[in-house]
Design a protein around this ligand. Structure first.
Ligand SMILES: [Zn+2]
Length: 542
């Protein structure tokens, strides 16, 4: 009997000494919990995909045992970053076409296209990502060089912002555009009455709808490659900013097959098919894919004079830009979304578009407690309209790297006065709304979260330009930046009770970064050392 008691006692002590069993322990870490007090812990215990406890090193190591432990070597550990505005699908399509990002001249574009065509011999050539401001050209190009190089094969080249396209004569003929074609919400640019090959905003649809479609399997493969790249950058959540139904179906396939490792919060473009989907599904959740919002595009982009401004462009007094939907159309979509209890995230670049949409939300949504409607970009806002962000309770969702990319030419388009009063004004927007969300709009910018941190805090691009920082008064602090990429971004997609902080009960989506994040002035380069989704290691550089 004595022996039995002793044995029981030993077993009890033994199991106690071994600790409670969990799946994963991260220790010797600088764990940024990202709660209100911005507390820092040393270790985390994880079981069944959830955080069981966060605390001091000894407390966690004494209390728990796990088959897998990660000694984080004092590295910074964060909730997996969100990109609150990105386009996985566009990047996938870009990868399947001729990638023209980083081309330094029109000639380089032509030579890239020729190389691609020599290898692939396609019937139609599609390229994406050119930006004439990178060629030291302020004005949009015409198609002369393109016609010379490709007299018979139709070519369509989408600009980096997705709001302008350069096509050759063969493509104009192929889709039936003439110098008398008129398009609602779009521009077919003429020079001395002749087609230049430049199409803006809705004029792109005339071409896009007639382009050969990439096949589904190719797209899925490209998305999974992008997923690996994003996880390696420490991004575990992407707010996918605008999908057609056929593209949503690809994400649904990936989610159903359980091959989506990254969390995708998809915004639907308000097409007939998508509205039907919203009516049938209400809030849709399938593994890591969730849908409960529309993306509405109110105006175009600044670089192609499409952003809708209150006063004319400084470099072209004949235009104030393009409002892509009438106030009535916007009102109709918003009312429908309100009935469906869907969030609406509206693309507004110019101060006129921002003012219009803020005012509509302010009146339409004042009886809805917690609508969380967002404005995407909020790039140029009249300072007198800042207060609308708080009265309408609209979340600004911005891309700090847009500021540091556009600094090369923004003053040329809108002038110094507007630039210094309400352009790329992230600090002012944050102060007025109390919360701000950060993304990159990839593939327009690189998805690298550290380029975002660098741009938000230092107001410099990846080459450290400009030296003094661009509109430095609008810089935000590092803690604000990190919240905009974690907890506030999670709030912006209704996920703050599940992710966004490293607290007990939350889903274990975690990034451990290779280089120091918080006690340095130098944010670049950096990447994820280990990325964890649902408690499982999905990227490992140890
Ligand atoms: Zn976008």
């Amino acid at each position: 009997m004595k022996y039995f008691i002793l044995l029981t006692l030993m077993l009890a002590l033994g199991s106690c000494y071994k600790g409670k069993s969990v799946d994963l322990i991260i220790h010797n870490a600088k764990v940024h919990i990202m709660n209100d007090k911005l507390e820092i812990a040393e270790a985390i215990a994880i079981k069944d995909g959830e955080i069981v406890e966060v605390g001091p090193e000894r407390q966690i190591l004494n209390k728990y045992s796990a088959e897998t432990t990660i000694n984080a070597q004092s590295k910074d550990v964060f909730p997996g970053f969100h990109d609150a505005h990105g386009h996985i699908m566009s990047l996938a399509k870009q990868k399947l076409n001729v990638d023209l990002r980083d081309t330094r001249s029109y000639y380089e574009v032509i030579s890239k296209l020729e190389k691609h065509q020599n290898k692939n011999n396609q019937e139609v050539l599609i390229g994406r990502g050119w930006d004439q401001s990178m060629w030291n050209e302020k004005e949009l190009p015409n198609n002369d060089l393109l016609n010379e190089a490709f007299p018979t094969i139709p070519v369509a080249l989408t600009r980096i912002d997705g709001h302008a396209m350069l096509v050759n004569k063969a493509m104009l003929g192929h889709v039936g555009i003439t110098d008398t074609t008129i398009v609602d919400g779009g521009v077919i640019k003429l020079e001395n009455g002749k087609l230049t090959g430049i199409l803006l905003d809705h004029a792109l649809d005339l071409v896009n709808f007639k382009l050969p479609k990439p096949n589904k399997e190719q797209l899925k493969k490209a998305i999974l490659q992008i997923q690996d790249e994003l996880l390696a950058a420490g991004i575990t959540h992407v707010h996918e900013a605008g999908l057609y139904k056929e593209d949503l179906d690809i994400f649904i396939d990936l989610a159903t097959e359980n091959s989506l490792q990254i969390y995708v919060y998809a915004m639907l473009l308000p097409t007939k098919e998508n509205i039907q989907f919203a009516k049938e599904n209400a809030y849709y959740k399938n593994n890591r894919l969730s849908v409960r919002s529309f993306k509405v595009i109110a105006d175009g982009a600044l670089g192609s004079h499409g952003a809708c401004l209150i006063e004319p462009y400084s470099d072209d007094s004949s235009t104030t830009g393009i409002l892509l939907k009438s106030p009535e159309e916007i009102m109709d979509i918003f009312t429908l979304a309100k009935d469906l209890k869907y969030q609406v995230n509206t693309h507004c670049i110019g101060d006129s578009a921002n003012r219009l949409v803020l005012n509509i939300i302010d009146t339409l949504m004042n009886d809805v407690q917690d609508h969380r409607w967002r404005i995407e970009h909020a790039q140029i806002v009249k300072p007198s309209d800042y207060k609308l962000f708080s009265s309408a309770r609209v979340l600004p969702s911005v891309q700090p790297t847009h500021a540091t990319s556009d600094q090369r030419w923004a003053a040329h388009h809108i002038g110094k006065e507007r630039l210094n009063n309400g352009a790329y004004a992230y600090n002012s927007l944050h102060k007025h709304s109390g919360m701000i969300l950060f993304g990159t709009d990839f593939p327009i910018e690189h998805y690298d979260p550290f380029a975002t941190i660098h741009a938000a805090v230092q107001r410099k691009n990846s080459n450290d330009e400009p030296i003094e920082g661009f509109l430095k008064d609008e810089a935000v602090s590092l803690p604000t930046t990190l919240k905009a990429m974690t907890l506030w971004a999670a709030y912006g997609c209704f996920a703050e009770s599940e992710v966004g902080t490293l607290e007990k009960g939350k889903i274990a989506n975690i990034s451990i970064f290779d280089q120091n994040v918080t006690s340095t002035e130098k944010f670049l380069p950096n990447y994820s050392w280990v990325t964890i989704v649902d408690g499982k290691i999905v990227h490992d550089m140890r």
